[in-house]
Design a protein around this ligand. Structure first.
Ligand SMILES: Nc1ncnc2c1ncn2[C@@H]1O[C@H](COP(=O)(O)OP(=O)(O)OP(=O)(O)O)[C@@H](O)[C@H]1O
Ligand SMILES: [Mg+2]
Length: 212
């Protein structure tokens, strides 16, 4: 399966979630490839900052032909995760077209909910060429027990796309992870780790269901 993290809103959590999703899937003994399709190179930078090899393969592939090139490269892996740039661009489009599933990280703010419409339009366009592309929102940086945390789900229900049941909370551990580790490597039993593992499990389960 090819999972693309896409959001035209900068800083919504694409790279953070792509890295954590790749690790969570790798922990279940699957071969995972993380494709960094963002010329900013966040995922590659994360990998380079590590002393030890990452628990999944990371490659930089910021090219407009991803949807044509990737199936061949993906043959050697069970799952591919793609991190994308935050702009309407040929790169954002090719990464969506390459996907079986597009995940849109949304932070709990009205600005993010409104901005999601641009990403949804890109996905709609791609579905015109490839109707079986699935898409879902993932709430990132949720602040527990706040009204805005609950309201965002309701606001997102205006779109014709599901929201994954497991949100990712705003946690220092995620900011710290950018220096080259995942929250699972910092503490396998932390709340942050449990959220990421549940998030990955929900995705794999949902994709097994034919009609979603
Ligand atoms: N759940 C979270 N809790 C705390 N910090 C977070 C969380 N998710 C992301 N961050 C932090 O927010 C910042 C932006 O995250 P990230 O780089 O993953 O977003 P992005 O969508 O990839 O950004 P860009 O659009 O620039 O590529 C980073 O500093 C990251 O560490
Ligand atoms: Mg990024």
């Amino acid at each position: 399966m090819i999972i693309t993290l896409s959001s035209l809103k900068g800083g919504s959590g694409k790279s953070t979630l792509a890295i954590h999703l790749a690790h969570a899937i790798a922990l279940s003994k699957r071969r995972v490839l993380l494709v960094d399709a963002d010329p900013q190179g966040s995922a590659q930078g994360w990998s380079a900052a590590r002393e030890e090899k990452p628990p999944f393969t990371v490659i930089g592939m910021a090219r407009n032909t991803l949807h044509r090139d990737l199936p061949d490269i993906a043959k050697d892996y069970d799952h591919v995760v793609i991190d994308t740039p935050p702009r309407v661009s040929a790169l954002a489009r090719t990464a969506i077209l390459a996907a079986d599933l597009v995940l849109i990280p949304v932070q709990p703010s009205s600005y993010d909910v409104w901005a999601a419409s641009e990403t949804v339009i890109l996905i709609d366009e791609a579905q015109g060429f490839k109707p079986d592309i699935k898409a879902a929102f993932i709430i990132n940086r949720r602040i527990p027990n706040t009204v805005i945390g609950r309201d965002v789900e309701e606001a997102l229900s205006e779109y014709d796309l599901p929201t994954l049941p497991q949100a990712i909370a705003q946690r220092v551990a995620f900011s710290e992870s950018s220096s080259g580790h995942t929250v699972m490597e910092m503490s396998a039993t932390s709340s942050a780790s449990k959220e990421v593992l549940k998030f990955a499990k929900d995705i794999l389960k949902l994709m097994e269901v034919k009609k979603w």
